[in-house]
Design a protein around this ligand. Structure first.
Ligand code: AMP
Length: 483
C-alpha cells in the first residue's frame, strides 16, 4: 500500500498530515498526488468524502513552498462552486500548510471587497474563489491572472448545475496557457467532458469510484408514501419524517435532511422546530453569516438536525453524520449518491432514508437504476392514507363545522408555509394522535349541551330538521365565531 512518505511531498506537509492523524493516502490521493507533483494535468473523478480536497491541496502546497507571490498576481487558483466549499478548501489549506509559509485569500460573496483587495494587493500564493466573485475582482482591475501556475477546478459537475461553466471557460482563458490544471468532478456529463477535452492537456485520469457507487457502509431504505389527499400530502410527509426520526432514537446522533426546494427547506425546518426537534435550515437564500453559524453549529455538535438544499450542503464536511433523510427524491439521480455520501464516511456506518411519494416514483426508479441496487422498502411510521383519514390526526384536519367556508378563506393564510403551519397545529401534533378522538367527541358533546341548554331556554331553537339537526345550527352567530 502507498504511504504518504512515498509521495514526494514536502516534509513540512508530511508533518501536518501526520498531525491531522491520517495514516495512509486515500485512492484519489495516491493517484493524483504523484501526477500533480510531476506537473501533469489531473482529471479526478471522485465524489466528496474520498479525500479529494487533500489530493489537490497537498501537491499544491508542496509546489508553492518554493517561490513567492507578487502583488495582485496569485500563483494558484482554486475554483469552487459554493462559498461553503471554498471556505472548506481554505480550512484544509490552513491545516496542511501550517508549517509552510504561504499566503492565501478567499474570494467569496458576502465578504467585503475591501478586505479581499488588501490581501490580493499584498500578493497571495493561493486564491480560493467562487467563479462569479473572482470575475468581479478581475473586472475591477484588482487582479492579474498572468502568473497563475496551477488552476484547480473543484466539483465541476456542480459548477455545471449552477450555470458556472461559461465563467469557468472565461477564467481558463484569462490564465496562462502553460498553467497546470487539476480538475475534479463527481460525474462526467458530456459538457464536463467537452471542457476537459478543451482545457486539459493529456491529463492523468483517476477515477476512484463509479459515479453511481454509494459507500457499502450506508444502510439505505425508502418509505413509499401516499398522502390521504393531495392537499394533505406535504404535512403528512412531515409527519412521516418525524416518525422516521423518532424510530431511530439514540442511534440518530445528527442528521441532514435534504429537500429539493428552498421553500421546503424552510418549511421542514420550521415544522421540526415547532415539534421541538433541534433543527435549522441552510440554503442559498440565507445570508452568509447565518449559513456559517448554522454550519459551524452542526459541525461542532451543537445543532442536531440540518435541513438543507443540495447546493448548500455541498461544502459541508462533517466526518460523522449518522443519518441522511431525503425528504424528496432528488431530481438528478447522481444527487442521491452525493446526498447519502454525507453519511457513512471514512468507513463509518450510516443510514440514509428516502421518502418517496407517487409522483416521485419515476425519479426513484432512476436512482435505483443508477446505483444498480434495490433499496429496502420500509414500513411507513404513519398509517397508510386510508387509515390515516379515519385515524383522527387527519380527520382533525377537516374544517370544523362551526366555521363557514368564507370565514376559512379569509382567516387562513394563503402562502404554502403559512397554510402548512395551520394544518400542522390541527393535524400533526403528535399527542393529538391518541387523544383527538375522545377530544372531538367531548367537544361535540359540550356543544350539544350548550345547544340543548339554549333549547331549554327556548332561545335559538331550530325546528323542522328532525333529529339530525347539526349542533352548530343551534348556536347564535357570536357563539359560532367564538367556538
Ligand atoms: P473530502 O473528500 O476532501 O471532502 O474529504 C473527506 C474527509 O476525509 C475529510 O474530513 C478529510 O479530512 C478526510 N481525509 C482526507 N484525507 C484523508 C486520509 N488520507 N485519511 C483519513 N482521512 C482523510
Amino acid at each position: 500500500m502507498t504511504k504518504f512518505s512515498d509521495l514526494n511531498l514536502n516534509p513540512k506537509v508530511l508533518k501536518a498530515i501526520d498531525e491531522a492523524g491520517y495514516e495512509n493516502p486515500t485512492p484519489i490521493q495516491a493517484g493524483a498526488i504523484p501526477a500533480a507533483l510531476d506537473g501533469r494535468d489531473v482529471l479526478g473523478i471522485a465524489q466528496t468524502g474520498t479525500g479529494k480536497t487533500a489530493s489537490f491541496t497537498l501537491p499544491l502546497i508542496t509546489q508553492l513552498a518554493r517561490g513567492r507571490a507578487r502583488a495582485r498576481m496569485p500563483r494558484s487558483l482554486v475554483l469552487c462552486p459554493t462559498r461553503e466549499l471554498a471556505a472548506q478548501v481554505a480550512e484544509n489549506f490552513d491545516t496542511y500548510a501550517k508549517h509552510v509559509k504561504l499566503t492565501k485569500a478567499l474570494l467569496i460573496g458576502g465578504v467585503s471587497f475591501k478586505e479581499q483587495d488588501t490581501l490580493i494587493d499584498k500578493g497571495v500564493d493561493v486564491l480560493i474563489a467562487t467563479p462569479g466573485r473572482l470575475l468581479d475582482h478581475f473586472e475591477r482591475g484588482k487582479l492579474i491572472l498572468n502568473d497563475v501556475k496551477v488552476m484547480v477546478v473543484d466539483e465541476a459537475d456542480r459548477m455545471l448545475d449552477m450555470g458556472f461553466i461559461p465563467d469557468i471557460e472565461r477564467i481558463f482563458g484569462l490564465t496562462p496557457f502553460t498553467r497546470q490544471t487539476l480538475f475534479f468532478s463527481a460525474t462526467m456529463a458530456p459538457e464536463i467532458e467537452r471542457i476537459t477535452n478543451t482545457f486539459l492537456s493529456n491529463p492523468e485520469r483517476i477515477e476512484v469510484a463509479r459515479q453511481a457507487t454509494a459507500s457499502e457502509t450506508i444502510d439505505q431504505g425508502v418509505v413509499m408514501f401516499k398522502g390521504s389527499r393531495k392537499d394533505r400530502e406535504a404535512s403528512e410527509k412531515r409527519k412521516v419524517l418525524r416518525g422516521l426520526i423518532d424510530a431511530e432514537g439514540e442511534k440518530l446522533t445528527n442528521a441532514i435532511i435534504f429537500c429539493n426546494r428552498k421553500t421546503d427547506v424552510d418549511i421542514v425546518a420550521k415544522s421540526l422546530k415547532k415539534y421541538k426537534y433541534d433543527a435549522a435550515p441552510i440554503h442559498g437564500d440565507l445570508d452568509q453569516s447565518q449559513r456559517t453559524r448554522t454550519l459551524d453549529g452542526f459541525r461542532n455538535g451543537e445543532l442536531r438536525i440540518l435541513v438543507a438544499s443540495d447546493v448548500a450542503a455541498r461544502g459541508l464536511d462533517v466526518p460523522s453524520v449518522s443519518h441522511v433523510f431525503n425528504f424528496d427524491v432528488p431530481g438528478h439521480p447522481e444527487d442521491y449518491v452525493h446526498r447519502i455520501g454525507r453519511t457513512g464516511r471514512a468507513g463509518r456506518e450510516g443510514k440514509a432514508i428516502t421518502i418517496c411519494v407517487p409522483r416521485d416514483e419515476k425519479q426513484f426508479d432512476a436512482v435505483e437504476k443508477l446505483i444498480q441496487k434495490e433499496i429496502n422498502r420500509l414500513d411507513s411510521p404513519v398509517k397508510s392514507s386510508k387509515s390515516a383519514e379515519t385515524d383522527t390526526p387527519v380527520a382533525e384536519d377537516k374544517p370544523k363545522p362551526t366555521r363557514s367556508r368564507s370565514s376559512r378563506s379569509k382567516s387562513e393564510p394563503k402562502t404554502e408555509a403559512a397554510a402548512e403551519t395551520v394544518t400542522e397545529t390541527k393535524a400533526e401534533t403528535p399527542r393529538e394522535d391518541t387523544s383527538s378522538k375522545s377530544r372531538s367527541s367531548s367537544r361535540s358533546s359540550s356543544s350539544r349541551s350548550r345547544t340543548s341548554s339554549r333549547d331549554d331556554r327556548g332561545g335559538n331553537k331550530v325546528v323542522g330538521l328532525g333529529d339530525h339537526t347539526p349542533s352548530f345550527i343551534g348556536l347564535s352567530f357570536e357563539e359560532r365565531m367564538a367556538s
